[in-house]
Design a protein around this ligand. Structure first.
Ligand code: GSH
Length: 211
């Protein structure tokens, strides 16, 4: 049995989205981050950073949202969420997952940290403008890579689109505009995935980790 530990409106949506795309049967356990559930000893035993998401597959524990999405794609090959290992498509897939985490997401995380996540005395408002600019630069690279394709790896939807799509949704929350038409269309295409709607519904519906 697969169990995903998550919290609505966090990176765990990537994992639940991937599970829904794969048609997987899974259990969802909500970790109420605001209530401090991430710091309960039984959760820290799974994820020593107290963060979501975490996936447990018959005793195998995996953290890091993009690694989990890739694992789900490989575990459910019929979902075609991940290109075959060793292929050029897989190399491109890795490239865009790493890009999403290291280039596209980081400015958003910087904004989050310096707006609310860090202790007040650690926040530096002056970095916000630079972070917005860094996001715009990364979005241009993404738009160039996407070109006229529907999805980031040629024309087929993959878990890389999940990681990127979730990150673009995050940018929308911060009202960061997507300047390029192809990127806006891609963002809209990803937002319309029925599996994403099911994932959000599932995360909203599930109850908290029991005391
Ligand atoms: N690189 C990790 C980041 C995980 C992460 O930072 N999750 C946030 C929610 S989106 C979290 O659990 N924060 C709680 C905390 O830092 O205490 C991933 O992609 O899974």
């Amino acid at each position: 049995m697969l169990t995903v530990y998550g919290c609505p409106n966090t990176r765990s949506t990537r994992v639940v989205w991937a599970l829904e795309e794969a048609g997987a049967d899974y259990e969802y356990v909500r970790i109420d981050l605001r209530a401090g559930a991430g710091w309960k000893p039984e959760y820290l035993a799974l994820n020593s950073g107290g963060k979501v998401p975490t996936l447990v597959d018959n005793g195998f524990v995996l953290t890091e949202s993009a690694a989990i999405c890739t694992y789900i794609g490989d575990r459910f090959p019929e979902s075609k969420l991940t290109p075959p290992v060793g292929s050029r498509e897989r190399a491109s897939y890795n490239r865009w997952c790493y890009f999403a985490l290291s280039e596209l997401e980081q400015p958003l995380w910087t904004i989050a940290k310096h707006q609310f996540a860090l202790p007040k005395q650690r926040r530096v408002p002056a970095v916000l403008d630079t972070a917005r600019w860094e996001f715009a630069v990364a979005a241009t690279i993404l738009a160039d890579g996407l070109g006229s394709h529907d999805f980031i790896i040629d024309q087929s939807f993959s878990a890389a689109d999940i990681v990127i799509g979730h990150t673009l949704a995050w940018a929308r929350v911060y009202e960061l505009p997507l300047e390029r038409d192809n990127l806006r269309a891609y963002d809209a295409r990803l937002r319309e995935r029925p599996a994403l709607a099911r994932a959000k519904q599932r995360e909203r519906a599930e109850t908290n980790l029991k005391d």
